[in-house]
Write a protein that binds this ligand. Structure first.
Ligand code: NAD
Length: 342
């Protein structure tokens, strides 16, 4: 891609499971973006960057990347507990910010980011709720907006990961915020978006450990369910799992007074049907990345276009605050066994 003066020069921070994917998208697949820098405290990730990325400036230290005057926007793909302070630091350094979800694991921290961001209205800040950019979710949103299912009153939404017998989810548990803030936070954002941004009033959550006993010490579960009631009577039901045998099974349904929409009900990897001695089947998307590859790309393109003067697209900081507020209440309900009022 040719760099022009108007290119948004991006610095990716965090080159882990997802950061590598974002960095590759920004390097090769996003018009108007150039990957100027990347940052990781880990030498093996920097070594990967030397081989896989088109020679961006590499930093071990986030503060050094923020001092780089030739970085216009930072792209945070770091552990969730670091997001809030890293966003504030980026704004103070005069950078636009894309940050992976969730905004924070803590509601007060989210509020602090909103207050700080209000001081920098010329800088864009977006949180990576990429399902809003998935073509199927987008189509459903537009059909609802056009009145296609009447008044939407209920969402049923799930985020289910393939089981990892190596224990990734247990290692991830200390920094993930738990299954609701890590996984269901996507479904919460989708539900609010598809139902017209209603205010949540009460949640009730429950969960179980089906396979990963190691989660218990973190107060986490590997399968969780939750109900969320909204002002005006709208409802959402959520299911999150770390133990699917077949792959990443993520989808949503919206029920309205004149119809219903289902998005991704069968998690097909592609359109091939295999007929053999076992019957007729399709393969399943193995991870969230295969399912949402287009969405990650479209959200990156939209962010760069917004920095270049286009409209804000995707979830705002206020949306992200609400998602953390509702997800935190679910976590509290799981711990106490009681409904939580919001
Ligand atoms: N949108 C989605 O569907 C989705 C999917 C997966 C992960 N995520 C989010 O992405 C974020 C990262 O998740 P992951 O799975 O890639 O985690 P990961 O642990 O694989 O990667 C985290 C990265 O952050 C780096 N890092 C740690 N401390 C740092 C610091 N102080 N400064 C700079 N870099 C630092 C690590 O070296 C690593 O490169 C999380 O917030 C997670 O919620 C979102």
């Amino acid at each position: 891609m040719t760099t022009t003066v108007s290119d948004v020069r991006v610095g990716v921070v965090g080159l882990g499971r997802l950061g590598k994917r974002h960095a590759q998208n920004l390097a090769w697949r996003v018009p108007g973006a150039s990957l100027a820098a990347a940052c990781s405290p880990l030498e093996d990730e920097l070594e990967w960057a030397r081989g896989a990325l088109p020679a961006p400036r590499l930093y071990r230290d986030y503060a050094a990347l923020l001092d780089d005057r030739d970085v216009d926007a930072v792209w945070l793909v770091t552990p969730s507990a670091l997001h809030a302070q890293q966003i504030v630091d980026a704004l103070r350094a005069g950078k636009h910010v894309f940050c992976e979800k969730p905004l924070s694991l803590d509601v007060a921290e989210c509020e602090r980011v909103l207050e700080e961001a209000a001081r920098y209205p010329h800088l864009r800040v977006t949180i990576g709720f990429m399902r809003r950019f998935d073509p199927s979710y987008r189509d459903a949103f537009e059909r609802i907006e056009a009145g296609g299912i009447g008044r939407p009153f209920m969402v049923r939404s799930q985020t289910c990961d393939k089981n990892d017998p190596e224990g990734f989810f247990v290692r991830f548990a200390p920094t993930s915020g738990g299954i609701f803030l890590d996984c269901s936070v996507h479904d919460i954002d989708v539900a609010r978006w598809l139902l017209g941004n209603p205010r949540a009033t009460r949640v009730f959550a429950s969960g179980t450990i089906a396979l990963h006993e190691g989660l218990r010490e973190f107060g986490d579960v590997d399968n969780g369910v939750a109900i969320c009631e909204f002002e005006g009577g709208q409802l959402a039901m959520f299911f999150a799992s770390r133990t699917m045998a077949h792959g990443n099974d993520t989808g949503s349904e919206v029920i309205g007074t004149a119809g219903a929409l289902a998005i991704g009900r069968i998690p097909r990897l592609n359109r091939v049907e295999i007929a053999d001695a076992g019957g007729v089947r399709t393969e399943c998307t193995p991870t969230f990345f295969e399912r949402f590859e287009d969405a990650f790309l479209c959200e990156a393109q939209a962010f760069v276009a917004a920095v270049q003067g286009g409209a804000q697209a995707g979830a705002s900081l206020a949306d992200a605050l609400e998602a953390t507020r509702i997800g935190s209440a679910m976590r509290a309900s799981l711990a106490s066994g009681q409904p939580v009022l919001l």
